[in-house]
Design a protein around this ligand. Structure first.
Ligand code: SPD
Length: 355
């Protein structure tokens, strides 16, 4: 019997997260590399319910155990298994200077310093909107990425529904875009941005409240060169944030940026998202930078399904939730999607658990 294949099958049945044998192998590699459960999820590149299910199954098989400090460790039987199967730990040769993104956040120290200063009083993340902000280093790197790709200077930029990251604020602060429009459902963030724009006399940027479940008015459609967003990983949110983002773009050759994570969605779900982007919306994926976006831990963790299903009670102590940074480009004949979306399954489904 192939134990790893059997575990993949069992856990898929129990969690409804699609899995294959190598996903299980990857969890063993992650356990050989890290002992903190949340770090193991990060390295496993799988949704929380899947890693949780796999580890619990290995505990039942006597291959993994948790010690008094709630570290996740291999038993002797576990070490024998990885040795027999030739499974090893994971190397990390990513660049420490740019945190592996390829764009050093400190290249313009004044911009970085100023953004950190402006972000320090930002509102706390709330569970109601699945908030969890990226680090200031991530936000600054996003702006440098756009700038390096010719998607900032002289461009009309819309930032949609992820302003807890303050990306719109950072784009405006950079002072290179022609205009910046920030929209978000959370009034606190909109007020925060508008106050900063006023204090700094930034006149080409504004922020307004909008619920992305609702279709955009005509005055937003086809008016922007670039959109930036960071959706929850349900299909409804993907369409509301990204389908609508594409609808704001002026013509072919315009760009969209967004984060997609494997902590709240599987690689199978990514394939379905990519099929929608290419087959239905008529865009092309030009870039995927894995683990570009680093999220600071959010205060409502204890209330989430992720915390409840974890094999340990210990909350995350360090950054563990990361997402890939996608860049897409519109091609001739691209489709502007702008339908209404109902409340159902907007933030959470079987693969998501951190809301
Ligand atoms: N609920 C945890 C924080 C999630 C932040 N959103 C990440 C979206 C990635 N596309």
């Amino acid at each position: 019997m192939d134990l790893l294949k059997e575990i993949a099958r069992e856990v898929q049945k129990e969690t409804k997260v699609r899995l294959h044998r190598r996903n299980v192998e990857r969890v063993l590699s992650a356990v050989l590399t890290e002992r903190d459960f949340w770090k193991i999820i990060d390295l496993s590149d799988l949704p929380v319910p899947a890693v949780s299910g796999i580890i619990k199954q290995f505990i039942r098989e006597g291959i993994i155990f948790t010690d008094d400090s709630e570290n996740v460790l291999l038993t002797q039987k576990g070490y024998d298994l990885v040795s027999d199967l030739g499974i090893s730990g994971l190397a990390d040769y990513s660049c420490p200077s740019c945190e592996g993104r390829g764009y050093p956040f400190h290249i313009d120290k004044e911009f970085y310093r100023k953004f950190v200063e402006l972000a320090k009083d930002r509102p706390d993340p709330v569970r109601e909107y699945d908030q969890g902000a990226v680090t200031p280093e991530t936000t600054v790197s996003r702006v440098l990425f756009l700038e390096s790709r010719g998607d900032l200077e002289g461009k009309d930029v819309i930032v949609m529904g992820a302003e807890d990251d303050l990306t719109g604020l950072a784009v405006a602060l950079r002072g290179k875009a022609k205009s910046v429009l920030v929209i978000d459902i959370d009034e606190r963030l909109i007020e925060y941005d508008n106050r900063v724009f006023k204090e700094l006399s930034i006149e080409n940027a504004k922020a307004m409240v909008w619920d992305l479940r609702n279709p955009f008015e005509e005055d937003i459609i086809g008016k922007f060169d670039v959109f930036i967003t960071d959706p929850p990983e349900t299909f409804a949110a993907f369409r509301s944030f990204i389908g609508r983002g594409i609808a704001t773009l002026k013509e072919e050759g315009c760009a969209g940026y967004f984060g997609l994570t494997l902590r709240d969605s599987s690689i199978f779900r990514w394939k379905e998202f990519q099929e929608i982007l290419i087959g239905e919306y008529g865009t092309v994926i030009t870039d995927i930078v894995q683990d570009f976006n680093h999220y600071m831990n959010w205060g409502y963790h204890d209330e989430t399904r992720a915390a409840q299903i974890a094999p340990v009670k210990k909350p995350p102590a360090d950054i563990w939730y990361r997402s890939a940074w996608y860049r897409i480009e519109t091609l001739p004949g691209f489709k502007r999607w702008n339908e209404p979306i109902s409340d159902e399954v907007f933030y959470l489904d079987e693969e998501g658990s951190t809301t």
